[in-house]
Design a protein around this ligand. Structure first.
Ligand SMILES: [Zn+2]
Length: 86
């Protein structure tokens, strides 16, 4: 059993999120990739503001290998420095 990273429910599977949240997660990732591809400067707070993706979910995406090519370019302002990226 795994715990869904979005809604907190328990589910069986290999994903980070449950089946209900999978399409929402995919939508967030698509927005995020689009943002990272079109913006040269990646400021964490700007990404939250522009994409509407929560900081918790952003941290999760950027700590995944899927987003490793973008995560190294992200800049954090003072507010977001406290967010722990693994
Ligand atoms: Zn869920």
């Amino acid at each position: 059993m795994k715990k869904c990273n979005r809604c907190g429910c328990f589910f069986i599977g290999d994903n980070d999120v449950c089946a209900n949240c999978l399409p929402i997660d995919a939508n967030d990732k698509a927005k995020l990739i689009d943002y990272c591809e079109t913006n040269k400067s990646l400021l964490f707070s700007d990404i939250i503001h522009s994409t509407g993706v929560s900081s918790t979910n952003l941290s999760r995406y950027f700590s995944s290998t899927e987003f490793s090519q973008y995560s190294k370019n992200i800049q954090y302002n003072d507010i977001c420095k406290k967010i722990n990226l693994n």
